[in-house]
Design a protein around this ligand. Structure first.
Ligand code: 0X9
Ligand code: ZN
Length: 416
């Protein structure tokens, strides 16, 4: 990647703003918009139009809308069309990029598995619409019966443009192997006594589309040909728990198109089948970007999870992890209602303690979906301890409710 500094990046954003009144022609048909909204009900009404909300502020949200959606939005809400998106400042991928395109990711995972056959196994759990393998690496000592051990699963890359969400799980896998080899007691223990599944990219077609052609496309969905000239289903609206009950769209052109039916997509089906086959999995984390949030079910309903203990486990773990990454912990629907996401399904169907992380940055001004490769290490360093915490507690997630456990947790020297 040709590297640009923060100053250059800011200047380009500023330049774009200054030009926004004059030069829309060369930009993709998407706009950053700001809409007044002071509570989750108003935000849900906005989400129900089928646009994506990317940032939630106290009295407004910012999001992305296509030109065709603007008129309808303006007739219903107080909309400020801030500026058309231009992302020409980015030129990932290229050979020196720290970000991994699909081939580079495949090579990195294959290398990890080939060089560490005693603790890493890689396989395809299914294929995308365009025939790309969706790869999992499973980490654990070969001698142990992994399926009998406490299982935890990490995944990233549901949304095409959220590239750091792919780097984080890849780096997690590499970190675990590296530290195991270095004899780090804690990690050796995990590799010995846990069954760790890592799926860095759920939506490879979308990600490849986003980075093709020399500039980012701000693509979100997969690449299903919808047959009407539009492409893509929002994989995080396609899971089959309370599917289609709010915050997703039946409009095929919408960025939050839910698909023809629950699990209509090979990518979400691959996750469904893989998770369902591994009933030792007790904790799931799905990485997304951006906003710096730790989210937990429900997303389809304002109600908290009915099982109060399960609610308290999510709440306790989310607040604990927030002490490390400084993200905001909250129930997903506190943002806005959205149905058909991964974590509502994994908890609702399987009782798996489930989180969505919206990784760095905090907002568009810090780079939004494309914060630059310098952010990769920052994100990893902030989020490695939460990941290890989940691996550790996959043995007994409900143990975090024990007073002794909480006391120990709060006194942990690991809090920065
Ligand atoms: O809307 C999403 O799918 C996630 N945000 S993103 O910007 N990465 O697209 C958040 C999902 C959280 N779930 C609900 N709000 N229900
Ligand atoms: Zn996302």
């Amino acid at each position: 990647m040709k590297r640009i500094s923060w100053i250059q990046r800011s200047l380009i954003v500023l330049f774009t703003l200054l030009l926004s009144g004059f030069s829309w022609a060369s930009t993709p048909d998407i706009h950053w918009i700001k809409i007044s909204a002071t509570d989750k009900v108003q935000r849900t009404a906005i989400a129900n139009t089928g646009i994506t909300i990317e940032y939630v502020g106290e009295d407004h949200v910012t999001g992305i809308a296509k030109s065709a959606e603007l008129e309808q939005l303006k007739s219903r809400f107080n909309v400020e069309v801030n500026f058309p998106m231009t992302v020409e400042m980015m030129d990932y991928p290229s050979d020196d990029s720290k970000f991994h395109n699909y081939d580079e990711l495949t090579t990195a995972l294959t290398t990890l598995a080939n060089e560490n056959p005693d603790i890493v196994r890689m396989k395809s759990i299914g294929q995308s619409h365009e025939g790309r393998d969706i790869l999992v690496v499973r980490i654990g000592e070969e001698s142990s019966d992994q399926s009998a051990l406490p299982g935890v699963i990490f995944m990233g890359g549901h949304h095409a443009r959220e590239h750091i969400s792919v780097e984080m799980p890849l780096m997690l896998a590499q970190y675990l192997v590296r530290e195991y080899r270095a004899g780090n007691d804690r990690i050796v223990n995990f590799v010995r006594h846990r069954d760790i599944h890592i799926i860095p990219i759920v939506n490879p077609d979308g990600a490849e589309h986003d980075i093709s052609g020399g500039r980012y496309k701000m693509w979100r969905k997969n690449r299903k040909n919808n047959g009407d000239g539009s492409f893509g289903v929002d994989l995080n609206r396609n899971y089959g728990y309370e599917w289609g009950t709010g915050g997703s769209s039946t409009n095929k052109s919408s960025d939050t198109y839910m698909g023809e039916e629950p699990f209509s997509e090979p990518e979400s089906r691959a996750i469904r089948d893989y998770v369902s086959e591994h009933d030792n999995i007790t904790i799931l984390l799905s990485y997304h970007t951006f906003s710096e949030l730790i989210l937990y079910p429900w997303g389809h309903s304002y109600d908290p999870i009915g099982d109060n203990s399960a609610y308290r486990v999510h709440d306790t773990m989310a607040r604990r992890m927030a002490q490390w990454n400084r993200y905001t912990p909250q129930q997903s629907s506190d943002l806005y209602i959205a149905s058909g996401d991964t974590t509502d399904w994994s908890f609702g169907r399987h009782g798996i303690i489930s989180f969505t992380f919206e990784l760095d940055p905090k907002n568009f001004w810090q780079g939004g979906f494309y914060p630059g490769e310098d952010k990769i290490d920052v994100v990893f360093n902030k989020n490695i301890e939460p990941a290890l915490y989940l691996i550790e507690n996959s043995e007994n997630p409900y143990g975090v409710l024990q007073p002794t456990h909480m006391k120990f947790g709060l006194q942990s020297p690991l809090i920065q």
